[in-house]
Design a protein around this ligand. Structure first.
Ligand SMILES: *Cc1c(COP(=O)(O)O)cnc(C)c1O
Length: 364
């Protein structure tokens, strides 16, 4: 099976993890600190707080922002449920606005001024233009799970040039991996402190009352990353530029070879922006037949995503399939083709060959 995405782990990554296993620290320790420092240098941001997953990072960001009951949090309908669930986790109300067909990101021009927060998702790795918001809500939390290594004219995605916090995931299909893992970046020291409390039970040391003493004044979780995971992340980070360059190279090759087929190509990055190409989603007619045909041929295509408002949990949002017509029409045709640094050109040719055969049947 050629999967839609997969990690690129080499002997250097494996050696880094083995080193931690031979040392004194397994849970959060010096490797997590080193990973956070290296990510903050790479992303040109003041604070990086590592988490046990991207979902935990989003939960932490929503909590640190003080979001809760009465707050409306707008996100994209075309995303993984965690982007909306971070509002639900803290008792806030998720809300959706339709996507912009020029970018497939949520249409930031439509975010209502009444929203407390917005969670823009850099879909497929193409950064949403945060400058397009007519009224900036009180809180802006980027969901950059797809966009580690992407850049805009403002610098690296994650530098929080136009946001309060930015969340990443290091799941194996994402741009770099720690196995499971995530992080929140911010330039605000008090948000960083709140994030660090939140990931460790809300605990604050009270050394004036004794070396053992800490106080818990607010709810927290065990959302720590382990040193085992962080060592993998640190080794992966050294290769991120190569990974993103390879993703861009393969994406350009798809664009060239698919140009003459009845296949809709994903939005391109404008000048001055580097696409992260976490996935390569295309539009095809008869998507179900094409999906099943490709799966049958050993090509692990996927659909990103069944929209947020199509899921049963989203009854709280009050939208039906069809109510966000641009997203709903795109979803009918969406299909993510395999894209990852280790994909060979021969494998990519196999994907294109099978896709050509399947979409060719439409013409008869
Ligand atoms: C992967 C992903 C997440 C969640 O990250 P996990 O590390 O899997 O918890 C959140 N949002 C988006 C858009 C994602 O793709």
């Amino acid at each position: 099976m050629i999967p839609y995405g997969r990690q690129a782990v080499d002997d250097q990554d494996i050696a880094a993890v083995v080193d931690v296993l031979k040392g004194d620290w397994l849970t959060q320790g010096p490797a997590v600190e080193a990973f956070e420092t290296a990510v903050s240098d790479y992303l040109e941001v003041e604070h990086v707080v590592a988490f046990s997953s991207g979902t935990a990072a989003l939960h932490g960001a929503a909590a640190a922002a003080g979001l809760g009951p009465g707050d409306v949090v707008v996100t994209s309908p075309l995303t993984f449920m965690a982007s909306a669930n971070c509002a639900r986790y803290v008792g806030a109300a998720p809300a959706l606005v339709d996507i912009d067909l020029e970018t497939w990101n949520l249409d930031l021009a439509e975010v209502p001024g009444s929203a407390s927060a917005v969670v823009p998702v850099h879909y497929a790795g193409l950064p949403a233009d945060l400058g397009r918001m007519p009224v900036r809500p009180r809180i802006v939390i980027e969901d950059a799970a797809h966009a580690f290594g992407a850049r805009t004219a403002d610098g690296p995605v994650g530098n929080c040039a136009r946001s309060d916090m930015c969340c990443f995931s290091f799941h194996p299909v994402k741009p770099i991996t720690t196995g499971e893992g995530g992080a929140v970046t911010t330039n605000d020291a008090s948000l960083a402190a709140a994030l660090r409390r939140f990931r460790t039970h809300g605990a604050v040391p009270r050394p004036e009352s004794g070396g053992w003493c800490y106080d818990i004044a607010e709810i927290g979780f065990n959302y720590r990353m382990t040193d085992i995971h962080a060592a993998l992340g640190l080794a992966q980070l050294a290769k991120v530029e190569r990974f993103i360059a390879r993703r861009n190279e393969l994406a350009e090759r798809y664009r060239a070879v698919l140009a003459d087929l009845p296949v809709g190509l994903p939005p391109e990055a404008p000048d001055g922006t580097r696409h992260g190409y976490h996935i390569f989603p295309v539009r095809v007619a008869h998507r179900r037949r094409v999906y099943e045909g490709l799966r049958g041929a050993g090509i692990g295509v996927q659909v990103h995503y069944r929209p947020v408002h199509h899921h049963a949990i989203s009854a709280d949002i009050g939208l039906e399939p069809g109510d966000l017509p641009r997203c709903d029409a795109l979803y009918e045709e969406l299909l993510s083709l395999p894209l990852y640094p280790g994909l060979t050109e021969a494998e990519q040719d196999t994907v294109v060959h099978e896709l050509t055969r399947l979409v060719g049947q439409d013409r008869g």
